[in-house]
Write a protein that binds this ligand. Sequence first.
Ligand SMILES: NC(=O)c1ccc[n+]([C@@H]2O[C@H](COP(=O)([O-])OP(=O)(O)OC[C@H]3O[C@@H](n4cnc5c(N)ncnc54)[C@H](OP(=O)(O)O)[C@@H]3O)[C@@H](O)[C@H]2O)c1
Length: 330
Amino acid sequence: MKAIVVKRDKQRYRLAWEEVPDVKPGSDEVLIDVKATAVNRADLLQAMGLYPPPPGESEILGLEMAGVVAAIGPQVKGRRIGDRVIGLLSGGGYAQQVAIHPQLLLELPDSWSYVQGAAIPEVWLTAYSNLFIEAALQSGQTVMIHAGGSGVGTAGIQMAREAGATVYVTAGTAAKLKRCRELGASLGINYKQQDFVREVMAITRGQGVDVILDPIGGAYLNQNLALLKENGCLVNIGLLGGTTAEINLGAVLGKSLRIIGTRLRSRPLAQKIEITRMFADRFWSIFETGRLQPIVDSVFEIQDAPAAHDYVKQNKNTGKVILEISSPRH
Ligand SMILES: NC(=O)c1ccc[n+]([C@@H]2O[C@H](COP(=O)([O-])OP(=O)(O)OC[C@H]3O[C@@H](n4cnc5c(N)ncnc54)[C@H](OP(=O)(O)O)[C@@H]3O)[C@@H](O)[C@H]2O)c1
C-alpha cells in the first residue's frame, strides 16, 4: 500500500507518498480502506521528531480516518465489509489502509461525505472528554475555550452550547472570532488585541468562569487561574504557548481550583472506546439533526500533505484540514 513517509533532517522534514509494507490487522481488528484523514498539530510535532507514537503503534502519521471496512478479523462481530465508518487512531491514518479495533468505529451517516466524517474523531473526542468527563461541564455553567477557531475549539463551542453552557472564546483573527460566534460563542476575544481576563471579568460581573479548555499552556497559566471561579477547573490539552510558567498556588488553594492535563492518544484502548461510546450516546443523534456540524476548513489530496502541514503551521485554518485519499490501494 501507499502511505505518507516522513524524511527528517533534525527538526526539518519532508513528506512523501510512497510504497510501504501492507497493514496486517489482528484477529480482533478490522481493516479499513481509508478515504480521508485529517491534519492534527500532533502530526506536525511527530514529523519533527518531537512526539513519537505510543509504543507498539504505527509510525505512520494520522490520528483519525473515514473509510470503508475492507476486511474483518475472525474474532470481530457486528461489522460488514463495505460499512462506511469513522474512527480514532493512535497512528496510521495517512495511508491507503489502516487497522482499528471495531469498538472505536462510528457509523458514517449516509448523507455525509468521508471528508466530513474525517473531521470528527480526534478533535470532537478531545473536546468531549475534556469538557464533559474531566471538567464535568454542566448546563448553566460558563466555559472559556482558548484557540476557539481550532479544530478542538470549533467542536468544543458547539457541544458546550448544546449542553446549555455559556461559551467565551479567544482567537487571533476577526474571521475566526466571527465563526466562533456563529457556532455558539457568546463572546469572542482577540487575544492579540485584548486582555481576555479583563473582558470576561467585565461580562461576568467579576465572577469568572467555571471551566477553561486550554491548548496554550505556559503563556496563559496565571491568567487562566485568575479567570476561574471558586471550584473552577482548568484542563490543559496543549502547549502552543510554552511549557513553563511560575504558578501562583495562592490562587489554586484560595479558590479550590483543579488543574488537569490530558492526552487522548496515550489513553488505554478501553478508555478510548468508552469516550467514543459516551460521545456517541450523547451527541451523535444531534449531528444527524444538523445542529452539530463537523467544521471543514479545507481539503488537500494526500499527496499534498506538505502543503496541508504548512497551512496548519501558519494558523490559517478554522476547523479541520482534511487529507483525501482518492487513489485505490493497487
Ligand atoms: N491533549 C490532547 O489529547 C489533544 C488532542 C487534540 C489536540 N490537542 C491540542 O489542542 C490544540 C488544538 O488542536 P487543533 O488540532 O484543534 O489545532 P488547530 O486547528 O491547528 O488550531 C490551533 C490554533 O491555535 C492558535 N494558536 C497557535 N499558537 C498559539 C499561541 N501561541 N497562542 C494562542 N493561540 C495560538 C492558532 O489560532 P489563532 O489564529 O487563533 O492564533 C491556531 O490556528 C493543539 O495544541 C493540539 O496539540 C491536544
